[in-house]
Design a protein around this ligand. Sequence first.
Ligand code: ZN
Length: 475
Amino acid sequence: MEYEGVIGLEVHAELKTETKLFCGCSTKFGSPPNTQTCPVCLGLPGVLPVINEKALQFAVKVGLTVGSKISAFSKFDRKNYFYPDLPKNFQISQYDEPLCEGGALEFASDGELRKVGLIRVHLEEEAGKLIHFDDGESGVDFNRVGIPLLEIVSKPEIQTPDEAYDYLIGLKQLLQYLDVSDCNMEEGSLRCDANVSVRPKGSEKLWTQTEVKNMNSFSAVRRALAFEIERQIEVVESGGRVIRETRRWEPETQTTSPMRSKEEAHDYRYFPEPDLVPFVLEKDWIDKVRATIPELPIARKKRFMAEFGLSEYDAGVLTSQKDYADYFEECTRLYENYKADCNWVMGAVLRELNDRKITLDALPISPKMLTDMIRMIDEGKITSTIAKTVFAEMAQTGQSPEQVIKEKNLLPVTDTGEIEKMVEKVIAENPKPVEEFRGGKGKALGFLMGQVMRVAKGKADPQVVNRILIEKLKG
Ligand SMILES: [Zn+2]
């Protein structure tokens, strides 16, 4: 019998609000442990939580974008459990009345558009972070406690580990476009758990699922799912039964291992959060949130192809991140040579980001600086060789192209008298290639050209050099 995997993903994304979900503490990442806490997020007696409206806006913005039904009435619930990173011994979450229900995520997979249904999108608060020291002791950092967390739960409609990977890429892209989360997996602001089961190919029935945790990158998710599907098939084929349990991805052995039996909802003894009143979202408020939704990646890619004549590949790369797309689009607005704009952004700009491992906002070259430089190439003021030097210098110093050219004395040599002198020098110093050229070997010309350009430090117009060189050689 042939089997297929059935995958549902549960993604937690930290929302990038300035302050926490129920108090005014900062959400800044990387501060010294326990410096961003207060009686509310530490759960001290007598305190009352107050909802952060921005977090609510962000959650609804996501819900509207994926076509969820936004609940007119919603409330928070207490999810009770004990763990050292949870000072209140409960987490404020949403149980039976989530903010957003249904909808679907559309994403590119294997060259096609795929749609996977969503069960719910809800808001909850983050737990703290345990830190285990080398000497065997552990500490807890409560800075993270209470940061708003968006939980996005998909239906079990994902079919393969590759599709799960593409779903995550699509979701991350969407959250970044909406500017609601950094989605930084290294900093833990995006995490993913997976529900996995197998069933005979073509069957509609869901078999027992396991939940896989502890995957800290998208590729780890892909590998963990591939392993877990294979493992379950082996269990079933050898006459065994898959047990409902939570399993842990072990990066060292690239396997999953049992962690605990799967909790059921009743284990958490959910009940309505008594310190927060249920809330009703008014239509006007929702409409205001709707108005903040920008053009989304799939639509933007199509528009880039139609409006700027980009290839599907180029449009795909440029719209893969909102900041790339914004940067490129600003370039096209400043200078309408779309092809050149695209080539420079796709080439030099992205290479610079990659080489220096920086993000676009840390690059000191503004779209204005870049397009001023491209215009100078098109107007013949500088050669493309010089442009490379100008670009590198702008990337280091943040100076405008004009400043760089002036300070580095990069203006092209237009004085033909000066070029003639250089040509004569090269001819005098290279008797052998000169003789070869005169003897009919055209190849030697390329070498001599290169020598002149070297003497000119790339600043001479190649066409002028070529003309003078041939004149002198034939002379
Ligand atoms: Zn606080």
